[in-house]
Design a protein around this ligand. Sequence first.
Ligand code: T6T
Length: 327
Amino acid sequence: MSKRLILFTLFAVLALAVVPFAAAQDAPQTYKFAFVPGVNPDPFYVTMAAGVTQAAIDLGVEIIQQDPAAFDPTVQTPIIEALVARGDIDFLITAPTDKEQMIPVLEGVRDAGIPLLTVDTFIGDGDYENGEVTFPLTYIGSDNFQGGYIACSTLAEKLGAGAKIYIQNVRPGISTTDQREEGCKAAAADLGLEVVGVDYNEDDVNTAQQQTAAVLEANPDIKGVFGANTFSAQGAGAAVQNAGLGGAVEVVAFDASEFAIELLREGTVTEVIAQKPADMGYMGVITAMAYTRGVTSMPKRIPTGYAVMRQDNIDDPDIARFIYKEQ
Ligand code: T6T
């Protein structure tokens, strides 16, 4: 064999060895991210899903979305277990429906080698840096204590010290709504309101409405109501409206559903605290993508802020864009 032929053969062999490797490195890989919201239908998570979908389009990721039919850890747990069992999920983005009860199944996700982050809600005490649970990559969501504090400060501002208020909430054990209740009670203590009671509606609008109607009837001196999430606020608002108490009883609503905005425009609701679920979903996907691609600088907490809606700003496009989507 001539020297030239030997060299040519050597280069050819090397090229064959190197090209498939290089091709494999450069080949575009489509990642599969699972997204499990808290419940659907719920305009908050519908809006979050829109953010997830937009980021997936922008980044070319495949999303496997599985919706629990109720905001309940016993419904959400088997959905997540089934996703793990598929064996093809690269990342999990989820809103855990209970801060303690969802820990074991999410530990299972971690043990299966699937990284995860939580959006909207957290597990443990929410401090993924130094708290009781640190394995989720990050927690992306509102500062819910602050949100509850804002809500009940508004009631104090409207009603003055000494007024009695009532809280409609979902169920103890949910990180978001627990913190909203705590924030509201802290504002009430700081500003001199009396919280006469809290009812839990299991995320059911009819229950929220019936409970509020009964409480208002039995306690005509209640002058303010805080509805701590979409369905709590819708039920509370409807009860106040049906009793003809719009304006006489101030309602502050968490979550910007279309119905809450209708009640705001019509005067039954004084203030709507809108979260930014689309941004939570979008940030969830881009954070998961960055991590999957090897980015190591990751904050353990990404707060997303609020848009506080009132009659005098609801037509401002910079505020109105945070009204949730219904589908
Ligand atoms: O308020 C949101 C969410 O933040 C909470 O965790 C559960 O309820 C909602 O989805 C509203 O319906």
